[in-house]
Design a protein around this ligand. Structure first.
Ligand SMILES: [Zn+2]
Ligand SMILES: [Zn+2]
Length: 141
């Protein structure tokens, strides 16, 4: 959190109570991949005066500062999670087509795949985004 505060300051922004509350909601529910509406519902409990517009604006700011990233699981919602840069390790998502559950996986061999792509195509890879669609253990039954 100290690091994040610093990043706010360096970019000329203040870490206000409401911004902090929004960030806390994302950090505390980091396995949930929350939508702006879900974040709003969480923050509202403690800060009933907050408006959904503030949530949207803050999410945009946090995204711009690379603190969070926006996810698209093709379910019609924008979802947010902490940027893997701030956590140290990237993960990918398994999305259940039946119940919508999202699980996280680490894929170490993607690094070597990146290197292979670079060598074979003379292409500098800076990022990748992998989603797997299928059925979770419950929905396979
Ligand atoms: Zn499922
Ligand atoms: Zn995730």
């Amino acid at each position: 959190m100290e690091n994040l505060k610093k990043r706010f300051k360096e970019n000329g922004h203040k870490m206000t109570t409401q911004r902090r509350a929004i960030l806390d909601a994302i950090v505390e529910n980091r396995n949930e991949h929350l939508t702006p509406e879900e974040i709003y519902d969480i923050v509202k409990i403690k800060y009933p005066e907050i408006g959904i517009a503030t949530v949207y604006r803050t999410l945009q700011l946090l995204e711009k500062l690379n603190i969070i990233c926006r996810l698209n699981f093709d379910d019609g919602y924008n979802r947010y999670e902490l940027n893997y840069d701030s956590e140290g390790e990237q993960h990918h998502h398994l999305i259940c087509l039946d119940c919508g559950r999202v699980m996280e996986v680490k894929l170490d061999h993607l690094k070597s795949l990146e290197r292979q792509i670079e060598e074979e195509n003379d292409f500098k890879v800076v990022d990748h985004n992998v989603k797997f669609f299928g059925y979770c253990a419950n929905c396979q039954k």
